[in-house]
Write a new protein. Structure first.
Length: 250
C-alpha cells in the first residue's frame, strides 16, 4: 500500500549553488590557479582553494592572492578579470550536479508541485545561469540570483528577502518566513537564513562541512536524498513527518 502523503508545508525553498546543487570545485580551482600563474604566482592545492569558496569571486581571488605573496587593488583587479575570463570558458569542464540532486528535486516537486524554488548564490549571476542551464537544473527554479544581482551578497539577507517577496507575488498569497527554507553547504547560508528569519538546511556533502556544523543549521542532510525527509521534519511536526525525518539528528 503506498505511503500516505502529507502536505509539505513549505512556502519557499531556496538553494545555494556551489557545494549544494553542483560539484564545481575542480573548475573553480583550475580558474584560480590559471589566474595565479598569469601573474607569475605558484598554483595552490585544490583543497586550499576550496576553503576560500563561498563569499563570491572577488573574495575567492583575493584569498588566493594573499596565500601566494600578497595583494594590491591593481593586482586584485587583474587577477579577478583573468579568473572570470578563464572560468567562463571552462565552467562546465568537470562541474556536475551532485548524485541524487535531480532525483531529490523531482521528489520535492512530486510532493509539492506548486512550491516555488529558487537559487541564491554568491557566484556571479551569468555563470550561475550557464551552469544551471547546462546541467538541466533551470526548469526547477523560478529565479536564479547571483552575487552581483544585488548591492550586497550573502549573508546579507536582501537577496533572500527579495525571493520571499517574488514568491508571494508568484503564489498570489503571503510567504511565511517560518515556512521558508534556505538550503546550503556553509556558514554563509546559515547566517543568511538567520538574518532573514527563515529556516536553514545544511548539506554536509558540500564544500564547507566544518564551518557548516559550527554554524548549527536547523537541519542537516548527508546527501540530497535527505532534503525531503528533513523538510518534513522541519515544517510539519506530526508523527508521520517526524518518522520521515528521523534519518538525521537535528
Amino acid at each position: 500500500m503506498p505511503e500516505p502523503q502529507e502536505p509539505l508545508g513549505c512556502d519557499l525553498l531556496v538553494f545555494d549553488l556551489d557545494g549544494t546543487l553542483v560539484d564545481s570545485e575542480t573548475d573553480l580551482a583550475n580558474a584560480v590557479n590559471a589566474s595565479l600563474v598569469s601573474l607569475g604566482r605558484p598554483p595552490l592545492p585544490q583543497r586550499q582553494i576550496v576553503s576560500f569558496i563561498g563569499e563570491g569571486a572577488a573574495v575567492l581571488v583575493s584569498r588566493a592572492l594573499e596565500a601566494t605573496g600578497g595583494n594590491t587593488p591593481d593586482v586584485a583587479q587583474r587577477a579577478l578579470d583573468h579568473f572570470i575570463l578563464q572560468y567562463r570558458q571552462h565552467l562546465l569542464d568537470t562541474t556536475c550536479a551532485y548524485p541524487g540532486v535531480v532525483e531529490a528535486l523531482q521528489s520535492i516537486c512530486a510532493v509539492a508541485p506548486a512550491l516555488p524554488m529558487a537559487v541564491l548564490t554568491n557566484k556571479p549571476v551569468n555563470p550561475s545561469h550557464s551552469i544551471c542551464d547546462g546541467l538541466g537544473l533551470s526548469p526547477f527554479f523560478f529565479a536564479n540570483y547571483g552575487g552581483n544581482s544585488f548591492p550586497t551578497k550573502k549573508p546579507n539577507p536582501a537577496g533572500l528577502l527579495t525571493l520571499v517577496a517574488e514568491a508571494a507575488s508568484l503564489r498570489k498569497r503571503p510567504v511565511a518566513l517560518a515556512r521558508t527554507v534556505m538550503v546550503g553547504d556553509s556558514h554563509v547560508d546559515v547566517e543568511t537564513a538567520r538574518a532573514a528569519g527563515v529556516l536553514s538546511l545544511g548539506c554536509l556533502y558540500g564544500l564547507s562541512p566544518a564551518s557548516l556544523l559550527a554554524s548549527r543549521p536547523d537541519g542537516l542532510a548527508h546527501t540530497p536524498a535527505d532534503w525531503l525527509p528533513q523538510l518534513y521534519r522541519l515544517l510539519t511536526p506530526s508523527p508521520l513527518a517526524q518518522a520521515r525525518g528521523a534519518l538525521l539528528p537535528r
